[in-house]
Design a protein around this ligand. Structure first.
Ligand SMILES: Nc1nc2c(ncn2[C@@H]2O[C@H](COP(=O)(O)OP(=O)(O)OP(=O)(O)O)[C@@H](O)[C@H]2O)c(=O)[nH]1
Length: 619
């Protein structure tokens, strides 16, 4: 096997693998397309420019569909493999891997059928290529991509948009820097109006990767020739122009053999008064050799960058696979293990949020440090202990006989009434912390990488965690309300024992002590003092609750969440059957699809790497 053969063959094999995986450029591949990195030769030309004829001549066989309208509606990747002299010619399609076609009329029919299989009878075009390999002693190793002919008008049965669609598709091939453009123009038409040259000029202005081919030299008006074009004066390219004489329509109708046609072409140039001096560099056989050599050298130059692209893609795919997670086992034990592992990962993240390391836990402290004190400050004690209300409550408590020394019942009622107000902020703290925890559960689920692939398990964990948080909240409420109730069930005796002293201190701002005490007994000052005594008692209770509510909340909710958020879930898990477990591990179909795609791609890239390695060794 020569180096040339193996290099082009190498690219052929990689190209075929790409098509199998749906990587033929375009599309929204996350990864750089291998296809696009591979050098290729794309054949472009306007309608009736002689594109099919050139291809058939290069192959030495007629096998392309003919007809009116746009016949080529999918790219045809034509891979030519030279075989030993005398061996039988045959063709193979990638989509029919087991069949060898020796009748090229059947090949033509199959191209038509396969075109319709994707595009339907609607005569639409499709970018999905058909791969055809031809093994023959009459070819050189070469790969060509036949593209739909550029056209200006849609014909009957074809949608208007097809003109633009074709140009877009052809452009998507030829604009790739690795694409060699075989631009076909007929000689009996002004080169300035050639569709192929127009497009080539746009995408390859320096003419580095364009090969100009001039067909129909025999159809030029008598007395004119194409030397200005062929010698590069009309339109300059980096590579020399190649003139071609294909079979005429009459030849085709007469079924003139392709090999005979090649010979006639050779004779045409050899005997031509105009082109005789260029004869060795004209004709379809020469063109095929020229392209083969060029493609080989382009591939050789590209191998290092293809290799590095492949290695980079393999790395990317490996890490993508790690990220997506490997496929799950089928037996119940392994599934239970997977579920537990994923749950643990979630719990770990949730704890990190509370303990620090991840944000969010500080918001619990925010509740105690800001929300609770602010709520306590806002309680309407001013209104409750207004002179008017104090008077009313104390009088009502006294009944028909006003109190004699101190309004014991009045104090109790005022205090009890005030203490009731503490329920609000106490319960609100429980709710606030509940919402912080709930949010942290949500965040932790989103952040648990291992959970991403299991939407069902995600929902199950969320439900279990939220159910647990609700239980903790109920417990928290019961506890804080109890703290408040405890305050009203037994008042701090000492506080009141100290009161008479304070009364005198407060009630004696420097005047006569006896007179003040006597006149104030049932006056405004008396009630104001009661109000202020109750107020300072309430202040004391408020300080106590400010400290004890957070303790209760942490005890009932935060600590529980950390310790036993999923305890019940685990208990239920133990009772589940294999079927229920595998239901929990139902994966997101999109993700399964992605894993499959990535796995296939990885296989492709690894195979490509092996191919390249083996070629490098034989060199
Ligand atoms: N005499 C002569 N006729 C040619 C030559 N090249 C092509 N033709 C004729 O021109 C017509 C169109 O040639 P094709 O090879 O079908 O051209 P095409 O570009 O593939 O055409 P479409 O696929 O229909 O767009 C056919 O009748 C060919 O016989 C040539 O070099 N000399």
């Amino acid at each position: 096997m020569t180096t040339m053969e193996s290099l082009i063959g190498l690219v052929n094999r990689i190209q075929r693998a790409c098509t199998v995986l749906g990587d033929y450029g375009g599309g929204d591949n996350t990864f750089s397309s291998l296809w696009e990195a591979l050098p290729s030769v794309a054949v472009v030309g306007g309608q009736s420019s002689g594109k099919s004829s050139v291809l058939e001549s290069i192959v030495g066989r007629d096998f392309l569909p003919r007809g009116s309208g746009i016949v080529t509606r999918r790219p045809l990747v034509l891979q030519l493999h030279k075989t030993d002299e005398g061996s039988q010619e045959y063709a193979e399609f990638l989509h029919l891997p087991k069949r060898r076609f020796t009748d090229f009329g059947v090949v033509r029919h199959e191209i038509q059928e396969e075109t319709d299989r994707i595009t339907g009878k609607t005569k639409q075009i499709s970018p999905v290529p058909i791969h055809l390999s031809i093994y023959s002693p009459n070819v050189v190793n070469l790969t060509l991509i036949d593209l739909p002919g550029l056209t200006k008008v849609a014909v009957e049965g074809q949608p208007e948009s097809i003109v633009q669609d074709i140009e877009t598709m052809v452009r998507s091939y030829v604009e790739k820097p690795n694409c060699v453009i075989l631009a076909i123009s007929p000689a009996n038409q002004d080169i300035a109006t050639s569709d192929a040259i127009k497009l080539a000029r746009e995408v390859d202005p320096s003419g580095e990767r364009t090969f100009g081919v001039l067909t129909k030299l025999d159809l030029m008006d008598k007395g004119t020739n194409a030397l200005d074009v062929l010698e590069g004066r009309s339109y300059r390219l980096q590579h020399p122009w190649v003139g071609i004489v294909n079979r005429s329509q009459a030849d085709i109708n007469k079924n003139v053999d392709m090999i005979v046609a090649r010979r006639k072409e050779r004779e045409y140039f050899a005997t031509s008064p105009d082109y005789g001096h260029l004869a060795s560099k004209m004709g379809s056989e020469y063109l095929a050799k020229l392209l083969s050599q060029h493609l080989e050298s382009v591939i050789r130059a590209r191998i290092p960058s293809i290799t590095s692209l492949i290695n980079k893609s393999i790395d990317e795919l490996e890490s993508e696979m790690d990220h997506i997670g490997r496929p799950i086992a089928l037996d119940a034990g392994a599934q239970l293990y997977t579920v537990l592992e994923v749950c643990r990962a979630f719990e770990r993240i949730f704890k990190e949020h509370l303990d620090g390391g991840r944000p969010g836990g500080d918001r619990v402290y925010g509740v105690f440090d800001n929300q609770l004190p602010a709520a306590l400050r806002k309680l309407p004690f001013d209104r409750h202990l207004s002179l008017q209300n104090v008077k009313r409550v104390v009088s009502e408590a006294d009944g028909y006989q006003p109190h004699l020394i101190a309004p014991e019942q009045g104090y109790r009622r005022l205090i009890e009434g005030a203490l009731n107000y503490f329920r609000g902020p106490a319960e609100a703290s429980v709710d606030a912390v509940h919402f912080v925890l709930k949010e942290l559960v949500r965040k932790s689920i989103a952040e648990t990488q291992e959970l991403k692939r299991f939407p069902t398990l995600q929902a199950d964990i969320a439900a279990a965690a939220n159910e647990a948080l609700e239980r903790f909240r109920a417990e928290g409420k019961k506890t804080v309300v109890r703290l408040v109730d405890m305050e009203s069930s037994y008042l701090t005796v000492e506080f009141f024992r100290k009161l008479p002293l304070e009364v005198e201190k407060v009630g004696n701002p420097g005047g006569n002590p006896q007179a003040t005490a006597a006149t104030d007994r049932f006056g405004e000052g008396h009630f104001r003092r009661i109000g202020s005594n109750v107020s300072s008692y309430i202040g004391m209770v408020s300080d106590t609750l400010k400290n004890s509510i957070p303790k209760a909340v942490v005890y009932c909710q935060v600590r529980e969440a950390k310790q036993s958020l999923l305890t019940r879930f685990y208990a239920q898990l133990g009772k589940k059957e294999g079927k229920q477990l595998s239901h929990m591990l139902d994966e997101d179909p999109a993700l399964m699809e992605r894993r499959q795609q990535s796995a296939k791609r990885l296989e492709l890239y690894k195979a490509a790497r092996d191919e390249i390695d083996s070629v490098s060794w034989t060199r």
